[in-house]
Ligand binder design. Structure first.
Ligand code: BGC
Length: 416
């Protein structure tokens, strides 16, 4: 690793940039990785940097999906005090790059050949005006189900592959007095569930028309009404204390056998692993019924903020560390995600990790890879938040399914 950094520092100097090879300082990192599994994954990065003599100044802002972290970030930048590096998703990266706030990482990217190894779907968010502005850490996806194996076995439930089978499993569990779905009632979690429900109900063309193209016909369609009706089914199968619950506490319910399923992105796997659980033995991971061939992805990236000059040597080292194949494997094994490079072996990954990597490659190949609406990869934040509002209001009983689809058309049209 040291050698690589030295090579890059030299390349930066040769490239005419003032990357100082002076003594390594600190990096201040703003992120929302505060659960047990997330913290374990983050430690992999901290230790990597510490090994290079770079100190870690931690700036955690709790809140899955990163909404609170983005609010804190805006305040910091407005105060003229941007952190060195910020965990960020999709359109948020492009927005900050558009404001000219991000450092230019092209020298590191060129020295290390990122163009050839980072999937195109990620490059679309990591580059702005031909410049690399962020370092991709991973690829998560939202259309997963996490299940407690003993609970399913005890109730004679096989992995459901269609919505109808899933509904039948929920009914069986409910009749047996088991909480069918562990859910955390927060807008971003409801939107995460809605990603999978919408894909399953309408298929990839519908998902794209509604959430990427923001087509009014799709947003207000009968298919959208049916998607909201299916959200009613989910709502009817969560326990009464769901409101406000953090996602990792919902995962803990599945880990402990207090609920059968959680519909959540594969950061949930980090919690199972952190609790010492084994896929296939203690828990199961499978694609949300009806979305076996599709992947709705979100990639965490570290956007490096312009500190009033060229990219610093610490920032270059951080970016380089993040993209190194050994880090990509070590980190993502713990985090539950797939690597952000196409050339990392799946050898160290467990069964769910291997599936994540294979599904991602297959979906990219067959045109079934779509940015997650819930995690900022389908539309910019203003539109995402407008969709959140409608989805969560419906989930909490404010609208029926038909009204929710009408509200969605209006909310998106106002936010556009
Ligand atoms: C991020 C994940 C994170 C999850 C829950 C998602 O938006 O991409 O890395 O684990 O939120 O905090």
């Amino acid at each position: 690793m040291r050698k690589t950094i030295l090579k890059i520092s030299t390349a930066l100097v040769i490239g005419g940039m003032s990357a100082n090879v002076a003594a390594a300082g600190d990096v201040e990192v703003l992120h929302w990785w505060t659960s047990g599994g997330e913290a374990s994954a983050l430690n992999v990065l901290k230790q990597d940097l510490e090994g290079q003599g770079i100190g870690w100044n931690d700036m955690p802002v709790a809140g899955g999906g990163g909404e609170s972290a983005m609010t804190v970030l805006r305040a910091r930048v407005t105060a003229g005090n941007a952190p060195t590096a910020v965990q960020m998703l999709g359109f948020d990266i492009l927005d900050w790059a558009g404001e000219g706030a991000l450092a230019d990482l092209n020298a590191v990217a060129e020295a290390e050949g990122w163009d050839a190894v980072v999937p195109e779907a990620l490059q679309a968010f990591a580059k702005h005006d031909g410049k690399w502005v962020s370092a991709p850490v991973n690829v998560h996806s939202t259309n997963w189900v996490w299940a407690n194996k003993s609970v399913l076995d005890a109730n004679g439930i096989a992995v459901p592959t269609t919505w109808e089978e899933f509904e039948a499993a929920l009914a069986t569990l409910s009749a047996a007095g088991v909480t069918p779905i562990a859910h955390g009632g927060q807008a971003w979690q409801e939107a995460t569930v809605f990603d999978a429900i919408a894909m399953s109900t309408g298929g990839p063309d519908f998902y794209k028309s509604a959430f990427v193209d923001l087509d009014e016909g799709a947003l207000g369609s009968d298919t959208m009404v049916e998607a909201f009706r299916r959200m009613d089914v989910i709502r009817a199968n969560v326990d009464e204390n769901f409101s406000g619950r953090d996602w990792n506490l919902a995962t803990a319910m599945v880990i402990n056998g207090d609920a059968a399923f959680q519909l959540m992105g594969d950061w949930a796997k980090g919690e199972f692993i952190n609790a010492g659980k084994v896929p296939g033995e203690d828990f199961l991971c499978f694609r949300f019924p009806g979305t076996a061939d599709q992947v709705t992805f979100n990639a965490d990236q570290f956007a490096l903020f312009d500190q009033g000059g060229d990219v610093s040597s610490e920032q270059a080292s951080l970016a380089s560390a993040i993209l190194s194949p050994s880090f990509q494997s070590a980190f993502n094994v713990v985090k539950g995600s797939a690597p952000a490079r196409t050339d990392v072996s799946d050898e160290a990954f467990d069964a769910c990790g291997k599936k994540a990597i294979a599904d991602l490659a297959a979906a990219a190949h067959t045109g079934n890879l779509f940015g997650s609406m819930a995690h900022g990869h389908a539309a910019p934040a203003g539109i995402k938040n407008a969709i959140y509002d409608v989805v969560t209001a419906h989930f909490n009983g404010e609208f029926d399914a038909g009204t929710a689809a009408e509200e969605l058309v209006d909310a998106v049209s106002i936010a556009k």
